[in-house]
Design a protein around this ligand. Structure first.
Ligand code: UT7
Length: 329
């Protein structure tokens, strides 16, 4: 029998309706459209509004759409993994909330926390369940409501992030398509440069943590930028090299959307022309775990069966990684 690979057989995405554009941000903090566009490539981002609306609200829309698109009954889903840094609650997992709201009652689920690399970590984890031959339908979600942990008085972070997410269906394939290779890395020494300090067991929520604004994202942008450029480009180039792929062989780069300059540096290291690089950062900003599924969702119709895709991401932790997959439909 041919080797079983985990193939993406469907993708869906969701972004909330509210558009927060650079002009509105100019009214909120000391910034300009020119600065944001030239330093990040972002024009606007989406914000999920409404009391009690968590990340699962967006994920449920994407997963329901995915189930419909792939003709999957909820109870045929055996496992749902959710990559997020903005879970609805500390526990139980958001995967469980999504599964319940989508009627997925005959499987199990869990969350993966790896900041902006969470979707890549989750896809690789999910692929291992499929490759054993024991699991036939696994849903992987990447979603974040970054607006719930952003300080809209901090111009260094509030211009970057947005809300949104998506989901993919993974199924076994024996025709050579699916996930071929992956590289995952992390370095906890980077934790001080990008984090949400309070709310965990080290600094539980208190009057002081709220007063000190420690429940918001803290990012030392320049340092993170340097690590992101080097590490994301490194793994993307390495996965090409060890699979003997030239730039001509690669149909698409699906990069984490943190900063257009980081995306450009990665593509240039891989020797890819601009037309092979998926970019939607201008519309959605950095949706953390949402960026990769949102990219695949928007480009789905352009992908062809057998196309070589390279996924690459870098995030807090630090975490980073890359996946080489062959598009399956
Ligand atoms: O998602 C996963 C991981 N995250 C990333 O990969 C993000 C990596 N970092 C970045 O993308 C960039 O570092 C940022 C977009 C966050 C910042 O861009 P930068 O070119 O690194 O700017 P900077 O932090 O070096 O700041 C340059 C200047 C500073 O002013 P001075 O000190 O030169 O006077 C900042 O205070 O720009 C100022 N500044 C702003 N000015 C206008 C910072 N934020 C803003 C702003 N509007 N929003």
């Amino acid at each position: 029998m041919n080797q079983i690979r985990a193939a993406i057989t469907g993708v869906a995405g969701y972004v909330p309706e509210y558009v927060l554009n650079n002009a509105e941000l100019e009214q909120m903090v000391d910034t300009t459209n020119d600065w944001i566009l030239s330093r990040t490539g972002i024009s606007e981002r989406r914000i999920l509004k409404g009391e009690g609306m968590g990340s699962s609200e967006m994920a449920v829309k994407a997963v329901n759409d995915l189930l419909a698109k792939t003709n999957t009954l909820p109870n045929d889903v055996e496992l749902l993994i959710c990559a997020t840094v903005t879970p609805d609650m500390q526990f139980p997992s958001t995967a469980n909330v999504i599964a319940d709201k989508c009627g997925i009652k005959d499987g199990f689920g869990f969350d993966i926390s790896a900041a902006c690399s969470g979707f890549i970590y989750s896809l690789v984890t999910a692929s291992k369940f499929i490759e054993t031959g024991l699991y036939k339908k696994v849903v992987v979600v990447g979603v974040d409501k970054m607006s719930s942990i952003i300080n809209y008085q901090d111009r260094a972070t509030c211009v970057i992030f947005g809300d949104g997410g998506g989901a993919v269906m993974l199924e076994p394939s024996t025709d050579g398509n699916g996930i071929v290779d992956s590289i995952l890395r992390s370095d906890g020494a980077g934790r001080s440069f990008l984090n949400q300090k309070a709310g965990g067991s080290a600094y539980p929520a208190s009057i002081e943590t709220v007063t000190n604004q420690e429940h918001y994202v803290h990012q030392e942008g320049q340092t993170v930028f340097k690590f992101a450029v080097n590490n994301m480009a490194d793994v993307a180039a390495k996965i090409m090299e060890r699979n003997n792929l030239t730039a001509d062989d690669v149909a698409w780069l699906v990069p984490h959307q943190a900063n257009k300059r980081i995306i450009d540096a990665t593509a240039s290291r891989m020797g890819l022309s601009e037309d092979k690089v998926i970019v939607n950062i201008q519309k959605y900003g950095n949706t953390t775990n949402g960026t990769l599924p949102l990219c695949m969702w928007e480009w789905e119709k352009k992908f062809k069966k057998g196309d070589n895709l390279i996924l690459a991401a870098f995030g807090g932790g630090f975490t980073w990684g890359s996946i080489y997959l062959k598009w399956a439909y």
